[in-house]
Design a protein around this ligand. Structure first.
Ligand code: NAP
Length: 229
């Protein structure tokens, strides 16, 4: 068994590289691209988002298409992938859609310092895992693999993206560029500061460019495990 899942990082950015707005909810996709993302979700065993994304966006993280849900059921899978999040402070609301909508398993990786709080608050709605004093995405990935997760989709936000990328844990990057500017340096960008394995001396491999209505999808192979599907 591989020591970590095949990991696909999926993100939409504005032309100026932002993934959100502090002013209002930022819509960066279009219907056709939402449908493409839905198909990618349906192909995965788990979807991971950071705790700030759970608090701020209240995502449901479900497969929307009934045909895709049925197809997963026919393969003996839950209608939607497992939902995974990570937190240090454990200040997550058990009534958030992440925890209450859909039948999929929910897994919360929490730093040891707040594990008791996390278990008390989220124990009834999720599997709460003590991820150690300092939570490393490598440890989390290995634990997911041990739980049978073979294909992981990482859906934000910036803090989570940065760790997966700087720890060289991403096999494939799907980056959508939306035709809008945010123009607010306080807003979250695609990634935060860090030392990334791809740089002017080691360029990432661009494998596909696709126009989807008014957005463009860029697909990068970031490891030798990249799967052309
Ligand atoms: N455009 C897109 O495709 C897209 C997708 C998703 C999100 N977003 C946007 O991204 C923004 C959020 O990004 P963000 O960078 O602020 O937050 P984030 O990555 O969603 O979550 C960060 C939080 O996750 C927890 N966390 C991350 N790494 C951890 C670690 N190693 N150990 C323990 N806990 C860890 C911490 O939670 P605690 O604070 O609970 O300790 C941390 O504050 C939102 O504006 C959202 O709308 C955009």
């Amino acid at each position: 068994m591989p020591e970590r899942p095949y990991t696909l990082l999926s993100c939409s950015v504005s032309i100026d590289g932002y993934i959100g707005s502090n002013a209002s909810r930022l819509l960066l996709s279009n219907e056709a691209d939402f449908d493409r993302v839905d198909a990618v979700r349906a192909s995965c065993d788990a979807i991971l988002v950071g705790a700030t994304t759970v608090r701020r966006d209240n995502p449901r993280l479900l497969v929307r298409s009934q045909a895709r849900r049925d197809e997963r059921a026919a393969r003996g899978l839950a209608a939607s992938p497992a939902k995974v999040t990570v937190t240090r402070r454990a200040e997550l609301d058990a009534s958030a859609d992440f925890f209450t909508v859909g039948e999929a398993e929910r897994i919360v990786y929490c730093a040891s310092s707040r594990i008791a709080d996390a278990r008390e608050r989220l124990g009834p709605v999720a599997t709460v895992v003590d991820a150690g004093a300092t939570v490393k995405m490598q440890t989390l990935s290995a634990d997911l693999a041990a739980r049978g997760i073979e294909r992981l989709m990482v859906e934000g936000g910036a803090t989570v993206h940065t760790q997966f990328l700087t720890e060289d844990l991403v096999d494939e990057l799907q980056l959508v560029v939306a035709p809008v500017f945010v123009g607010d340096s306080e807003a979250p960008r695609f990634v935060r500061d860090g030392s990334f394995p791809w740089n002017p001396a080691r360029r990432a491999a661009l494998v596909d460019v696709r126009k989807i209505g008014d957005v463009v999808l860029l697909r990068y192979a970031l490891s030798a495990r990249f799967e052309e599907i």
